[in-house]
Design a protein around this ligand. Structure first.
Ligand SMILES: Nc1nc2c(ncn2[C@@H]2O[C@H](COP(=O)(O)OP(=O)(O)O)[C@@H](O)[C@H]2O)c(=O)[nH]1
Ligand SMILES: Nc1ncnc2c1ncn2[C@@H]1O[C@H](COP(=O)(O)OP(=O)(O)O)[C@@H](O)[C@H]1O
Length: 206
């Protein structure tokens, strides 16, 4: 599968700030577009179907798995989440850089399918700050926060499998780091595509 657009995958423990960072990056760079995942979890207060997620029932999700509609899916914090083929392929074919906010299991699956995907892991500056961000966000019940903190240790142990790790301490600094990675990646793959096209041309292959 070779598309003119690139894939950027962002993973992080819950509350590290990935949704806020991805939103800020997309505001700075119109070429970066979101992949909207499907999930079986309930919507939070401000979330809209089709914007943050496509909210699916267990049976709707099952039907999509059976129809092979997902590029990857995983169970995270007791709910299922998946990236549909539709969510990424159309946009990449049009040349957009598609950004996926998914967990580490999904990120690793994506890298196996799309070797050129760039994997970014976001870390919080400390445990205390991670807990207080989850509490300040005010969207999850205390037991849900405890589950997410317990899972954070397992998730953070996977950070070394990613291409880049960013510590989200100062927000603007972390956005700038993401922007730099995305630009560097874009230049690298554009150069690779040009070199490949030149080789094909010199060999007279279409
Ligand atoms: N594998 C996979 N993980 C996803 C997908 N969409 C979201 N996730 C992950 O599921 C986890 C929970 O997401 P969410 O319930 O929105 O909570 P939040 O990360 O605290 O905002 C996060 O690690 C997300 O990155 C997806 O399509 N595939
Ligand atoms: N660098 C930062 N400093 C302080 N608060 C932050 C920072 N980045 C994000 N936040 C806040 O932390 C909370 C969790 O961020 P969010 O983007 O929802 O995390 P995630 O998507 O990783 O679960 C939000 O209330 C957000 O405004």
């Amino acid at each position: 599968m070779d598309y003119p657009g690139n894939l950027i995958v962002v993973a992080a423990p819950s509350g590290a700030g990935k949704s806020s960072l991805v939103k800020a990056l997309m505001e700075l760079d119109a070429k970066v577009q979101p992949s909207v995942s499907h999930t079986t979890r309930d919507p939070r207060g401000q979330e809209k179907h089709g914007r943050e997620y496509f909210f699916a029932s267990q049976s709707e999700f099952d039907a999509m798995v059976a129809a092979d509609a997902f590029v990857e899916w995983a169970e995270v914090h007791g709910n299922r989440y998946g990236t549909s083929k539709k969510a990424i392929e159309e946009r990449m074919a049009q040349g957009a850089d598609v950004i996926l906010e998914i967990d580490f299991q999904g990120a690793i699956q994506i890298k196996q399918i799309f070797a050129n995907a760039v994997l970014i892991f976001i870390l919080p500056p400390s445990w205390e700050e991670l807990r207080s961000r989850l509490e300040r966000r005010g969207e999850d019940a205390p037991d849900v926060i405890e589950l997410r903190l317990a899972n954070a240790a397992i998730e953070m142990a996977q950070a070394h499998k990613f291409d880049f790790v960013i510590i989200n301490e100062l927000f603007d600094r972390a956005v700038f780091d993401m922007k730099t990675i995305v630009h560097a990646q874009r230049l690298k793959f554009a150069a690779q595509r040009r070199a490949r096209a030149d080789t094909f041309k010199s060999l007279n292959i279409a």
